[in-house]
Ligand binder design. Sequence first.
Ligand SMILES: [Fe+2]
Ligand SMILES: [Fe+2]
Length: 272
Amino acid sequence: MWISEVKDLKEGSEVAFKGIVLKRKGKFRYRVFDRSGEIWVDSDDDLMEGKVYRFEGVFKGGVVFVRSATELLEYDLRDFLPFAENPQKNERRFWEVVDGISDPRIRGFIKFVFDPLWGAFKKAVAAKKYHHAYIGGLLEHTANVAHIVKSVSVIYREENVREDLAVAGALLHDIGKIWELKIFPKLEYHEKYGKWGHIFIGAALVREKGREFGLPEDVLVDLVHIILAHHGEYSRGSPVTPRIPEATLVHLADNMDAQMNHVLKGGEKEKG
Ligand SMILES: [Fe+2]
Ligand SMILES: [Fe+2]
């Protein structure tokens, strides 16, 4: 029997598909999803949340009545979650902008923060729905914002806009999303750290790491400010509004890239 995707299941027919169990409802009913959508299944087996199964059964009345559910220990996560199109290119673009930071203390600090987090950072998503809502999306978004900030700050060089500070702020602005959002089994707000939000998490992390690294206090204060102010307004979750030009620049570049991605890829409205 061929394997179909959830969205292609035909009412009244025999079906076979692979899906991840999202949650259980009552004794026999489960919510299951793949990359294409979600569906209810009824199964006598004791299925585990977060595990992958191959289901066979009949699709009737919008529910799959499962005859057999076999747990799959080997599977490709790409069948279930969306991924960034070009992760290697995004990684290269990220480190290219880091290498372009001329102040060795700021460049060293960025490496100090990102090196131990790299595995988690490159898998993270930038939002649940609105923009870069795919694995590797946070890396793509961050590289874009940093490149926009770097290009634009050249225009304002004579006004003493601090390019290194603005670029560092751009690289760090959403780092808290590593914790705020989880990717498995679904792109979702983390049950614990979602309550803190990425602005607080990022600001607290950068303050702690900055002190550990020995970043000068005036640089650290402005860097943390850029993170706190990057949503631009109180109503969008920033506890302070931008008070230095570098913070305004990161805020506008962040908005620009989020909206560009939204338009280019399509999606529902959600602030990120
Ligand atoms: Fe943000
Ligand atoms: Fe952002």
